[in-house]
Design a protein around this ligand. Structure first.
Ligand code: ARG
Length: 491
């Protein structure tokens, strides 16, 4: 018995350590950034592919791919370093954290090297100078001239960007609205939730040329040249790497490669991008989404159940100091998990734990959701165990069964029957809630629908499709669970 509780405590302490790591920072080691990348052989580029012609999704050879001038730049940088390029997509406002926590090696995402950002990351020389426009509905063209014409209206911009700061600080009597995805902003504009969307001029022009209902006007924002140009970001202190990549950037500028090669190449994809936007055409993306949603749900329910049993037993431990401590820890864990949003927990496991071990997004997602689900399941199990009449335990004990045997053969089987409906509910909840891991780039259903949305520039259809798909999944699951529930009642 003692040994078992020792193990239990070890597990719980380990759980706690994964959830509450000390806020350490990467030590500033001597700069071997260049050497490290070359030894690794891959350069991971983080980008937010909703910003044509910088980066966007297009169907290339039947596959949704990230293309654009920034991708060309990334390819050239990787080539000059003698390594392979890997692209990781995420929302623009996650890029800096992802870089700092080692999820990616560099950011190329039309990012402006502003003084505030320079404090946290190291930028290369500038590779492109953009400037700002505001995209509006063409029908409003007579109404709006520049940023000052939107009084009483609403301007939108992508969160975490310089243009978001601009619409907040440089307009009067104008509401500002931030959204994480540029494509959502355009959709909001088209459905008249917004009156204008601020973005870099080339991107504005790309959206306008792709959509006849839109128009672009000059912004007249007062910006420093830093804030209107784009550069590549690396981790702070990567001097050798930045110096080396600066050579590539200088060459790109000198030979005018962006205007000459990269922009025209990106433009080509913009045209072919509007060919087939029917939802059926994207069935593969949705199928992958379902696959990942189910993988995450099944794994998390499984591990969550194990964690839940351990926690429930720990919460019911009574006796010596050791057991009391155990009970206290388990209670604290359950309270803490239930008192913080799952979204924050997911980000914490992915970015926070990422400081110590480099976990892939899918693994991080499963860990976070299992840890979360475990806390809820523990409560169901505890309730289930408590619901088994104490007389049964007494009887089993008087028959000479040990505490453990009583639990295993008498109490738990009956408890399971009582908690089965709650466990089933948990499963169905997780099918839906697993969608949260899309924020760390796990390619589940919501993530796929976002890709389809930015691929097709269609806002509502993908939402309807995944709504139906989620319903089919949860409905089927609840039928299956009901079937087993009825079977159990007969036993
Ligand atoms: N240039 C702006 C900034 O640095 C926005 C860039 C947005 N890029 C993107 N790929 N969505 O804040």
């Amino acid at each position: 018995m003692k040994k078992k509780f020792g193990l239990l405590l070890a597990i719980i302490v380990a759980l706690f350590m994964t959830v509450v790591p000390l806020g350490t920072q990467h030590a500033q080691a001597a700069d071997n950034s260049l050497e490290k990348i070359q030894k690794k052989g891959v350069l991971v580029m983080g980008t937010s592919p909703d910003y044509p012609p910088y980066e966007f999704q297009a169907t290339v050879n039947g596959k949704s791919t990230v293309v654009g001038m920034d991708v060309q730049i990334g390819k050239k940088v990787a080539k000059d370093l003698g390594v392979k390029l890997k692209i990781k997509s995420m929302s623009f406002d996650s890029l800096l954290v992802a870089l700092q926590t080692g999820k990616i090696d560099m950011i190329i995402s039309g990012m402006n090297p502003t003084p505030a950002r320079r404090k946290n990351v190291a930028f290369t020389h500038v590779y492109y100078q953009g400037g700002y426009d505001i995209v509006i509905n063409k029908t409003d063209k007579a109404k709006y001239k520049n940023k000052d014409s939107f009084k009483g209206g609403t301007l939108g911009a992508q969160t975490g960007t310089t243009q978001y700061n601009a619409i907040k600080k440089q307009t009067t009597n104008t509401k500002s609205k931030g959204m994480t995805s540029q494509s959502d902003l355009i959709l909001a504009l088209q459905s008249h939730k917004l009156d204008g969307v601020a973005m870099e001029k080339p991107s504005a022009e790309a959206y306008v040329s792709n959509n006849k209902q839109l128009a672009a006007i000059p912004s007249n924002f007062n910006m420093s040249s830093d804030a209107t140009s784009s550069a590549i970001a690396f981790r702070k202190g990567s001097t050798s790497l930045v110096n080396k990549v600066n050579k590539t950037v200088d060459q790109i500028k000198k030979e005018n490669l962006v205007k000459k090669d990269y922009l025209p190449a990106a433009g080509k994809y913009l045209k072919t991008n509007t060919v087939n936007t029917s939802m059926g055409h994207y069935w593969k993306a949705f199928a992958t989404g379902i696959e990942y949603t189910l993988i995450i749900t099944v794994c998390s329910v499984f591990f969550g159940f194990i964690i839940g049993i351990l926690l429930a037993l720990a919460r019911m431990a009574k006796g010596n100091v050791f057991k009391t401590a155990l009970r206290w820890l388990a209670t604290a864990y359950v309270e803490f998990i239930r008192g913080t949003p799952m979204m924050v927990q997911v980000m914490f496991v992915y970015f926070g734990l990422g400081l110590f071990v480099n976990l892939p997004a899918l693994t991080s997602g499963i860990i976070a959701i299992s840890l979360n689900s475990g806390a809820y399941v523990a409560e169901y199990i505890r309730g289930g165990i408590n619901s088994v009449n104490i007389g049964q335990t007494e009887a089993a004990r008087s028959l000479g069964m040990s505490n453990g045997e009583t639990m295993r053969y008498v109490v738990l089987p009956q408890a399971l029957k009582n908690i089965w409906p709650s466990l089933g509910n948990e499963f169905i909840t997780l099918i839906k809630d697993s969608s949260i891991v899309s924020i760390i780039g796990v390619t589940e259903l919501i993530y796929q629908s976002n890709i389809v949305r930015s691929d097709t520039y269609r806002g509502v259809a993908p939402i309807v499709v995944i709504m139906v798909l989620y319903f089919i999944m949860t409905f089927t699951a609840s039928r299956i669970l009901n079937y087993f529930e009825r079977r159990m009642q007969h036993d």
